[in-house]
Design a protein around this ligand. Structure first.
Ligand code: ATP
Length: 893
């Protein structure tokens, strides 16, 4: 155990005693009327308390760092001033790009780990031997234990220590782009040794070797639940209670998982009321204060106060008190949760075969299975056993299934761990047939637990919401599916990591990058707000960046559709990014809370820290909520930038400009595109580029698009105003390029290389890479196949259905009844398909606007027709008996 551990713990204990009364006071103060009225919802927050304390957010900068002996572990110094050491591969290091050390554990950083069974530790993709081993039921327990390696196991550069040694990328502070580097920075070598030592220490400390030979990081969570989670105290109200690390999402439980390195740690909530021992299971709490992997752990929903003081797991390297002994520092995971926690279930050690069927109807997440071979379609709901990929031998395509290896139809394999969230773990998914990747969020659910049901509702809400979002700056939802005790949510894979992580690794961004990122965030927000949907957790950790500098809003676990002028405020969000009205509960929750958070995020990008990071969580909240002060705006920011921030940080929400209006702000209006030139031939790029009126622009080479038509197609919000906002004013980022990653649900937008040329395949998912000969998105296919999506403008059409003001309601698209009554499975899909077809048809065909060129309209017609055909096929090929209605969208507030 690190020498500083005990000190930190005792420190926390002392603080706990002194703060409890204070917390109680706050608890009462902040308890929303709704929550007080419905104590049943109080179960705790969906998000884990880990939030505050931890995260990466450990802002507690100077003090925290000074008290931390591990000050070299930069990843844990969330908001601390840090040297901008650039990680570069050392000469002689193994070619990490070839060696699949995707566990994220840098060989040099974690030498002792290497002594374990290397195949399972460092190979993200399953190897027969490893899989076979993992399939051994006898290893079940060991596997669960095995799941507790920290986030440092993540390869995805979430671990700065890892990146220091292995990352071949460099981050351009000014442009926000990542580029491959050929030589290491001068500071890299120096950093490595220290980091390596610390990492080794941290990692090896709790290590045990399981009987199976797996390196196990025995987390307290894996001990008998009742004895190791004594008197867990959770807020008396709020949504679900987030639990620390998830045994359920232990990668080792997945047959296909070869090298899951997860951290399972226990955390204890303390504040507010004391609850009985409560078995917790979750994945989000394992978030490290310094880990960019866990974006949401700092967030909170429900009773945030109880989560402002969170004790990190001892067994978790990620929860090292290094970043902030006070454990109240903000960070990407410092969110007050609303629910989503999958409580540890007595049966956590094994899946329940009855799970899906025993779910309450209103708790079934809407599932959007990925394409499957035609013969595997059965007349059943995706939630039914008969259609379960895990139970149906004809559908051997469950992610993580060992038999995927033997089935051409099952090619989505779970790879390396990308990060952990409250709901579960996020892995890279790889399709062996198509060569595609996606992000797989794995969530373990249990059917007979009230909190699990609540979690399921939350997930259903998130899925329902995500499945209806389609925007270049919003992470795309592909689909979801259930296996006996797990829900897999497939998302667009954004390999660059979060803004938070980039800040941790590379320091503050230059203004060019900030402008570009801000513009793109605004674009996503404008789209979202046009749908009367508020994200409620905008912050660096929830904003992903692809290698080209494309921004993707992510983590919609707290998003909410506003059905009225405003919705009841609930204390959700991340304290340091939280708008005053949320803290004060002074006015209805509206879209403006995201604008406030955006202002905080701009400051975060400029300084690596959110505003008020010098204060601990509660103090910061008081500062935000009760003072008249504005956070310091860094001098280095241009006057335009400062003005932008000031506009966002208007304490009176009504004084804040809308996202659409802000797109016209000089700070972002002429933001330079960051994307690299499109390497594809012009013919490849034509459909997409034409659709957007965009030609590839070199990185930082131009601030204006060179094509005359770009101006006509880049729709701005110049006419937008609160009183006269029109959805067509939604800004299309001018730096849009055809994403390489697939868009939308593959069910709806199967991708084919043919589509790259603007021609729709007779089989939307047909592809040279497709070996299954599938013909329809749902009736066949191996999964998502890349295609250059033509629907980058679809969101415009969708937006037309929304009211004239982003602060108004009435979007038929978002009719709550649609969601509430949306049956899961095929019906839901049909509905979605219908919406898509309609949108596309209107967008490109029937209501093609002058903004689209004739060729594009023709293409659009083909696309629309194809989708309509697919829609018909779908209806005829899938279960026409609607399953029980999808869970009504929970209020979430
Ligand atoms: N589409 C994606 N591409 C790449 N990485 C991702 C993607 N989605 C999530 N991640 C990674 O996984 C981590 C956890 O994901 P996410 O935050 O969505 O989970 P969650 O359960 O919603 O967590 P929380 O809501 O508590 O923040 C993120 O911090 C991020 O690093």
């Amino acid at each position: 155990m690190p020498p500083w551990w005990g000190k930190s713990s005792s420190k926390e204990a002392k603080k706990k005693a002194t703060k409890e009364s204070f917390i109680d006071t706050l608890h009462r103060k902040f308890k929303s009327p709704a929550e007080a009225k419905f104590p049943s919802k109080s179960g705790g927050s969906r998000r884990h308390n880990s939030d505050i304390a931890s995260e990466k957010g450990s802002q507690s900068q100077a003090q925290s760092r000074s008290s931390s002996p591990s000050k070299h572990v930069s990843r844990c110094q969330s908001f601390a001033e840090r040297a901008v050491a650039q990680p570069l591969p050392l000469p002689g290091l193994p070619p990490t790009g070839v060696v699949r050390t995707d566990s994220g554990i840098s060989p040099s950083a974690k030498p002792k780990v290497e002594k374990g069974p290397k195949p399972c530790l460092f190979l993200p993709l399953p190897k027969p031997a490893c899989i076979k081993h993992k399939l051994d039921p006898a290893d079940a327990d060991g596997e669960l234990v095995f799941a507790s390696i920290s986030s440092e196991c993540s390869v995805e550069s979430n671990d700065p220590t890892d990146s220091r040694q292995r990352s071949p990328l460099a981050f351009d502070y000014e442009t926000g782009e990542r580029t491959a580097l050929g030589s290491p920075p001068r500071s890299a070598v120096k950093d490595q040794s220290a980091v390596g030592q610390i990492s080794t220490k941290e990692v090896t400390e709790p290590v045990n070797l399981s009987p199976s030979g797996h390196v196990s990081y025995r987390s307290p969570r894996r001990r008998p639940l009742n004895s190791h989670l004594p008197s867990i105290q959770i807020p008396s109200h709020g949504a679900l209670f987030s639990a620390p690390g998830s045994s359920i999402s232990s990668p080792s439980r997945s047959p296909m998982r070869a090298a899951g390195c997860e951290q399972v740690s226990s955390s204890t909530l303390w504040a507010g009321k004391t609850y009985q021992d409560f078995p917790l299971l979750g994945s989000g709490h394992c978030s490290s204060p310094g880990s960019g992997q866990n974006s949401g752990h700092n967030s909170m929903g429900g009773d945030m106060v109880g989560q402002l003081f969170w004790q990190p797991s001892r067994g978790s390297p990620e929860y090292s008190p290094i970043p902030s002994p006070r454990m109240t520092s903000p960070g990407p995971s410092s969110r007050i949760h609303s629910g989503a926690v999958t409580p540890i279930h007595p049966r956590s050690g094994g899946g329940s075969s009855e799970l899906q069927t025993s779910w309450p109807d209103d708790a079934k997440p809407e599932s959007h299975p990925l394409p499957r071979p035609p013969l595997t379609i059965s007349n059943s709901s995706p939630f039914s056993h008969s259609n379960s990929v895990a139970t149906s031998p004809s559908v051997p395509r469950s992610p993580g299934r060992a038999d995927n290896l033997s089935s051409p139809g099952s090619r989505w394999k779970k790879g390396k761990l990308l990060g952990r969230g409250t709901f579960g773990h996020v892995y890279v998914g790889f399709n062996s047939d198509s060569g595609e990747m996606c992000a797989m969020k794995e969530v373990t659910l249990f059917s007979d637990d009230a909190k699990s049901k609540e979690s399921a509702k939350q997930l259903a809400q998130e899925i329902a919401l995500l499945s209806r979002l389609r925007h270049p700056n919003i992470v795309q939802y592909y689909g979801s599916e259930m296996v006996p005790d797990k829900l897999y949510i497939y998302l667009e894979y954004v390999s660059g990591g979060s803004i938070y992580k980039l800040l941790q690794e590379y320091g503050p961004f230059g203004e060019t990058a900030i402008r570009s990122y801000t513009q793109q965030i605004l674009s996503g927000l404008a789209y979202l707000h046009a749908k009367n949907t508020v994200h409620r957790d905008i912050k660096g950790a929830n904003i992903l960046v692809d290698p080209n500098g494309r921004i993707k809003l992510a983590d919609f676990g707290m998003a909410k559709h506003i059905t009225g002028q405003s919705c009841p405020l609930s204390l959700k969000g991340s304290p340091y990014w939280m708008a005053p009205e949320v803290i004060k509960n002074s006015s209805g929750c509206n879209l403006a809370v995201d604008v406030w958070s955006l202002g905080c995020t701009v400051l975060e990008m400029a300084t690596s820290k959110p505003p008020w990071s010098q204060y601990e969580g509660v103090a910061a909240m008081f500062k935000i909520g009760n003072s008249k002060e504005l956070p310091a705006i860094p001098e280095q920011l241009s006057e335009e930038g400062k003005d932008f921030v000031r506009k966002c940080l208007q304490r009176e929400p009504r004084n804040r400009p809308t996202a659409a209006e802000l797109l016209e702000h000089p700070f972002v209006k002429d933001a330079a595109p960051l994307e690299k030139p499109n390497i594809f031939p012009a013919s490849f790029d034509l459909p997409c580029a034409a659709a957007n009126g965009i030609k590839p622009v070199g990185v930082g080479s131009a601030r204006k698009y060179p094509t005359p038509e770009s101006g006509t197609l880049a729709i701005h919000s110049s006419r937008a105003s609160k009183s006269n906002f029109h959805c067509s004013d939604i800004h299309i980022p001018r730096n849009i390029s055809c994403p390489v990653s697939p868009i939308g649900s593959p069910l709806l937008h199967p991708r084919s290389p043919q589509n790259l040329n603007g021609r729709m395949s007779s089989s939307p998912i047909s592809s040279p890479l497709n070996t299954s000969g599938s013909s329809t998105p749902i009736s066949g296919g191996n999964g998502a196949i890349p295609f250059r999506h033509i629907n980058q403008s679809v969101y415009l059409q969708e937006a037309r259905t929304v009211p004239n003001s982003p602060y108004m309601n009435g979007s038929s698209y978002w009719d709550p009844d649609v969601l509430r009554g949306a049956p899961s499975g095929s019906h839901a899909f049909r509905e979605l398909a219908s919406v898509e077809c309609d949108a596309l048809g209107k967008q490109f065909g029937r209501h093609a606007t002058g903004e689209l060129r004739n060729g594009q309209s023709a293409l659009a017609n083909r696309v629309s027709q194809q989708l309509l055909r697919d829609h018909v096929k779908l209806i005829s090929s899938v279960d026409l008996n609607p399953s029980p209605p999808l869970a009504g969208r929970t209020d979430g507030a």
